[in-house]
Ligand binder design. Structure first.
Ligand code: FAD
Length: 433
């Protein structure tokens, strides 16, 4: 194609998920009519993942969202630099589109919302699809050119222009590019990690992506028979007996391990980067099934029950305290037969049992895969991105948004808030370049 005849877009946005759609809106609003913005999406429809969020209800933001709800992976693989996240989120993305402004923006697009427990915000209609539809309608109204079923293969920069290569060999040109291709979580919805390769080709450092907000896989011997049981409690993630993270909520026991929101929230800290960590079983989850009681109080309750109901088998004595399947698993762990007569059990064994009720330690041998994860921990290093504009510090005109960046949040609407705010900031800045 002759240089002078080729179509030059002002901005090409790669990825029509949450952050890409928001970037399209903010850039088109900034540039106005005739904006020359192209939105490329590999799926046949925009926002496919949004339809799966919040169990179909789309928990699209959280009114209490703050920098402390988000984390980065960081070099040591365990802890994130809170000051950097604060810079990115509170002073960067959130200063472009705050929590209240996000809610207002959706309201202007016709979405009434409802605040539920712990500040989680859902569409008032209870149907997540309205979020995707409202964004799409606004993008169309603003005159952004949308190309779905368009799979980007490569992104390059020649002099002042970007070349976006499609998988059919077509090449598109633009002054600025916003990469909003997501991470690798929920890859069945289109986010297969392509953006990491694009960013890497420009020299960006990628913190190794791992699945997060995901079920933990455990040693089955420890809790076999508890499948399907749900119990309220406290979960702590330990590495070589050091507590890395703790959360409270409903724990779900599954065929292969433990699940539930509180488990999801601690899952990002499981790092099996080194094989010996897996082989030496360095990670474990510790479950406190009685967070409101001390070990001594539980011991007193058990021994009083022993006095009162001593003729009963120990498993029936536990029934008023704990789900019978969990009780059976705990008894098995302390090597008490469940049919054993309660009065015959030694005080030392009762001591062990009450300790286990608060410190049930189960070895972890992995997490479920990206297919089952809700978010990616890791991604493009935040040290190479301008926190306010989301522009690459290495390549002028290249912007990033959403989960592709090494920032992830816990369950509760925080990840979508990050996608909206970072997408909004990137779109606005790219249109001013
Ligand atoms: C099952 C599930 C439930 C969730 N529930 C919630 C929730 O209730 N609340 C919450 O806050 N978060 C939730 N999340 C997380 C949240 O959905 C994501 O963090 C958010 O969607 C990330 O937005 P994004 O734009 O960065 O990436 P994505 O939404 O993943 O969008 C990336 C888009 O880029 C496209 N793409 C990728 N590569 C290419 C390419 N080469 N060419 C063209 N297009 C490409 C993909 O097809 C995709 O459409 C959930 C996630 C999952 C998987």
């Amino acid at each position: 194609m002759q240089e002078e005849k080729r179509k030059q877009w002002k901005i090409i946005i790669v990825g029509g998920g949450a952050s890409g759609m928001m970037a399209a809106i903010s850039s088109a609003r900034t540039l106005g009519k005739g904006n020359k913005i192209l939105l490329l999406e590999k799926n046949e429809l925009l926002g496919k993942k949004l339809l799966a969020t919040g169990n179909g209800r789309c928990n699209f933001m959280n009114i209490y969202c703050a920098a402390s709800d988000l984390k980065g992976k960081e070099e040591d693989g365990i802890y994130s630099d809170e000051k950097k996240i604060e810079q990115f989120f509170s002073h960067g993305a959130l200063s472009q589109l705050s929590v209240e402004e996000t809610r207002q923006l959706f309201f202007q697009m016709g979405i009434l919302s409802r605040v539920e427990g712990e500040g989680r915000v859902y569409p008032y209609s209870g149907q997540g699809i309205v979020i995707k539809e409202a964004l799409e309608a606004e993008i169309k109204r603003l005159g952004v050119c949308i190309r779905s079923s368009s799979n980007v293969q490569n992104v390059k920069k020649q002099k002042d222009s970007f070349e976006v290569e499609m998988d059919n060999g077509e090449c598109l040109f633009s002054s600025n590019v916003i990469l909003a291709t997501g991470g690798k979580a929920g890859l069945q919805y289109g986010s297969t990690g392509d953006g990491f390769a694009f960013a890497k080709s420009f020299g960006h450092q990628i913190m190794k992506p791992i699945p997060a907000l995901v079920q933990l896989l455990c040693d089955k011997k420890s809790f076999g028979g508890c499948k399907g049981v749900r119990a309220k409690g406290k979960v702590s993630l330990l590495r070589e007996n050091k507590v890395l993270a703790t959360d409270i909520g409903e724990i779900q026991f599954t065929e292969e391990g433990v699940s539930g929101i509180c488990v999801f929230n601690i899952s990002r800290y499981v790092r099996f980067d080194k094989l010996e960590d897996r082989l030496e079983e360095k990670y474990s989850v510790e479950i406190d099934l009685f967070p409101e009681w001390s070990k001594d109080e539980l011991f007193t309750i058990l021994t009083e029950k022993q006095k009162r109901e001593g003729k009963e088998a120990i498993d029936s004595l536990l029934k008023g305290m704990i789900h019978e399947k969990l009780g059976a698993a705990l008894l098995n762990r302390v090597e008490i037969k469940k049919e054993e007569i309660a009065s015959m059990i030694a005080a030392s064994k009762m001591e062990e049992l009450s300790h286990l009720m608060k410190h049930w330690n189960i070895k972890i041998n992995g997490t479920k895969s990206f297919k089952d994860a809700q978010v990616t921990c890791g991604g493009i290093s935040t040290s190479e991105i301008n926190p306010t504009t989301m522009e690459s510090l290495l390549v002028p005109g290249l912007f990033f948004a959403g989960e592709l960046i090494d920032i992830d949040g816990r369950c509760g609407g925080y990840n979508l808030q990050w996608a909206w705010s970072s997408g909004y900031g990137a779109g606005k800045a790219a249109s001013k370049e």
